[in-house]
Design a protein around this ligand. Structure first.
Ligand SMILES: CC(C)(COP(=O)(O)OP(=O)(O)OC[C@H]1O[C@@H](n2cnc3c(N)ncnc32)[C@H](O)[C@@H]1OP(=O)(O)O)[C@@H](O)C(=O)NCCC(=O)NCCS
Length: 168
């Protein structure tokens, strides 16, 4: 089998994406329509990991304001005109296909951000993945009261993190 690789997600990938999300994030469920909306609003940020004939993972990102967190399982309605960050909404890969594969997705997103004149990547780290994101250059940000309130829905230990693309 050829090496797993990332490619743009299509609407026909939604059932596979939903099945992976239900398996990897049973406590953070999101409706297929919510994934579909992100694909419509910002297809460039939505990618799937292909391994042979199988979809083994997905990544969803879109422009957003720094220090703001879009609602989990909520519609974005539209992308902000004044977006100053590319927000990595979720990356999930089936256990058998893990082993550093998120790095290539983030490299694609970094390139996309640079091409769009966006100098910062953002995300909410969950389930103790903070060291993984730190290795990829993200730094935890001290959350203000509004941000802390929003982080609660992501569970214990959720951390808002930023990566400055201008930094070395
Ligand atoms: C995040 C993810 C896509 C990364 O995939 P990957 O690039 O192939 O990386 P790996 O899974 O090999 O993980 C890299 C490191 O992070 C650690 N890690 C990954 N997920 C973790 C978790 N849920 N809890 C604790 N550590 C975790 C791994 O143990 C590994 O550490 P090591 O290098 O010291 O062995 C994949 O681990 C995944 O789908 N995790 C579940 C969903 C998730 O947490 N998504 C991120 C939401 S912010």
């Amino acid at each position: 089998m050829s090496k797993p690789h990332w490619r743009p997600a299509h609407a026909s990938d939604l059932p596979a994406i939903g099945a992976i999300a239900a398996r990897i994030h049973p406590d953070l469920p999101e409706r297929p329509e919510v994934f579909a909306e992100k694909m419509r609003l910002y297809p460039d940020g939505c990618r799937v990991l292909v391994a042979g004939d199988e979809i083994a993972g997905y990544g969803f990102s879109h422009p957003w304001r720094q220090h703001r967190i879009p609602p989990l399982d909520g519609f974005l309605a539209r992308l902000p005109d004044d977006a100053d960050g590319l927000y990595v909404h979720d990356v999930a890969v089936l256990p058998d296909f893990r082993g550093g594969v998120v790095r290539a997705y983030i490299a694609d997103i970094e390139q996309l951000a640079r091409a769009s004149g966006i100098a910062t990547l953002a995300l909410v780290s969950v389930y103790a993945t903070r060291p993984l994101w730190e290795r990829l250059g993200f730094r935890p940000v001290k959350a203000d009261a509004e941000l802390r309130a929003k982080l609660v829905s992501y569970g214990e230990g959720a951390t808002y993190m930023l990566r400055d693309l201008a930094a070395a």
